[in-house]
Design a protein around this ligand. Structure first.
Ligand code: PLP
Length: 432
């Protein structure tokens, strides 16, 4: 309301006060308070602590606690948003966007769509001109919509869904769960390439590039008239990889989760060339969930606006963080004869105009000793929890270690790895 010629806050005061109280809550740098905590606990902010920390203000370290390097929770970006409180804050009125659809009867916010296009243009990681954009509840829903939409209709022979090993776990899990007359999971794309009936069957290949779990810029294995390819570009941001060129594939899938770190917002999108495919994916969204949360789209809009307003800041922060973590992991593993990491060949990055290495989201660790067939167990005995290789279609000689969690999680991981490696015979040493 106006007081004189000045606008004074009225109804938003309580909401703003609550948001600021929560953000100012001191959790010793090892936790944070959330707004839902404030509401649930009688208006008192409550710290949610990082793993290995406890106490009302998260100041107590829990000795001998395990290093949990399993999940891909991208909390490495939390400090960036803690430094950008004002530009990322959002106050929403109770009657905000109550309808299912937007004014144009679609489930897609045109304003968010414009921002997504601008973002890709700024980063130079994907061509969006004359392309269609669709949103989903995380890229998880978008990937599933793409499989449904690319599968042939009215056929007795389902499309075979493949991906080259090591592949992203959910490609298999999700395809098997939703498996139907339309599609079924077939496993490793390399194996399919050598099949004699390969050229006459409809095939859908997932290409995750950069790949989860090994960070490599993967290429499609299968080509041909009956082959459809879904490029999962979740990690195709300067945080994790050089950007050699603007990707221009028929179906490219992205997510807010690995870009801004807001995995909990559940917002992903696909950039699609073909209008008929776009319409089929839209129909899938209608039948699957009646569209995408408008609250999630609004939140994504505010966050992406901040990203664009701040120039290259988020990319610089994320690249610096991931590069430093990768280098610390490489230094630690280089002291050992028992473990190894994949090669990391430098490439030219058009975003930074320089040659650079991958700064991957995960360490794809290999146990090199003949007897260490179960690498997960080797690490677990040393109080390190990773993810077993078989979950990526690979041997259990491999374990995926997540590098995208909090700085505390990463520090504890390095500490536990150092403890383990220091027990090896004749190990070299260095000071971390
Ligand atoms: C390669 C890849 N694609 C998709 C996803 C799912 O992301 P979202 O949070 O967008 O559903 C992940 C999450 O870890 C991922 O690693």
């Amino acid at each position: 309301m106006y007081v004189g010629d000045q606008w004074k806050l009225s109804w938003s005061t309580r909401a703003a006060l609550e948001a600021e109280t929560v953000a100012a809550t001191f959790c010793s740098g090892h936790g944070r308070a959330y707004l839902d905590g404030l509401v649930a606990h009688g208006n008192k902010p409550v710290c949610t602590c990082n793993s290995c920390f406890t106490g009302p203000d998260c100041s107590q370290f829990i000795p001998h606690c395990p290093a949990t390097a399993d999940s891909g929770n991208p909390l490495f970006l939390e400090p960036f948003w803690m430094q950008h409180l004002a530009s990322s804050a959002l106050v929403v009125v109770g009657w905000h966007q109550m309808a299912y659809t937007y004014e144009d009867s679609t489930y897609v916010s045109k304003e968010l769509e414009k921002l997504v296009r601008r973002l890709h243009e700024t980063v130079g990681n994907a061509v969006t001109e004359n392309r269609f954009i669709i949103f989903g509840a995380g890229s998880t829903q978008v990937l599933n919509a793409a499989v449904f939409a690319l599968s042939p209709e009215n056929t007795s022979s389902p499309a075979r869904v493949v991906s080259s090993v090591p592949y992203y776990t959910l490609n298999k899990e999700q395809t098997e769960y939703f498996s139907s007359e339309k599609f079924e999971f077939e496993g490793d794309a390399y194996t399919w390439r050598n099949r004699s009936d390969g050229s006459s069957t409809n095939v859908i290949e997932f290409v995750t590039s950069p790949n989860n779990p090994d960070g490599q810029l993967k290429q499609a294995i299968l080509h041909g008239l009956n082959v459809k390819t879904i490029y999962d570009r979740a990690y195709y941001w300067p945080h994790f990889t050089p950007i050699p060129a603007s990707a221009d594939e028929d179906v490219m899938v992205f997510t807010l989760s690995k870009l801004t770190g807001h995995a909990g917002t559940r917002l992903g999108w696909a950039v699609i060339k073909d209008e008929a495919l776009f319409k089929r994916m839209m129909e899938h969204m209608r039948l699957n969930s009646m569209g995408v949360s408008k609250d999630a789209q609004l939140r994504a809009f505010r966050l992406l606006k901040t990203v664009l307003e701040e120039g290259t800041e988020i990319f610089d922060f994320a690249y610096r963080t991931m590069k430093s973590r990768w280098e610390r992991l490489v230094r630690t593993i280089s002291l050992s004869d028992r473990f190894s990491l994949p090669e990391n060949n430098p490439q030219y990055c058009t975003f930074y105009s320089k040659v650079r290495q991958l700064s991957p989201a995960y360490g794809w660790l290999k146990c090199e000793r003949e007897e260490d067939k179960d690498c997960f167990a080797v690490l677990k005995a040393a109080n390190i929890i990773g993810r077993e290789g078989h979950r990526y279609g690979a041997e259990d000689r491999h374990v995926r270690l997540s590098l995208v969690k909090t700085e505390d999680d990463f520090d504890i991981l390095i500490e536990r790895l150092n403890e383990l490696i220091s027990k090896e015979d004749g190990v070299r040493t260095f000071e971390e």
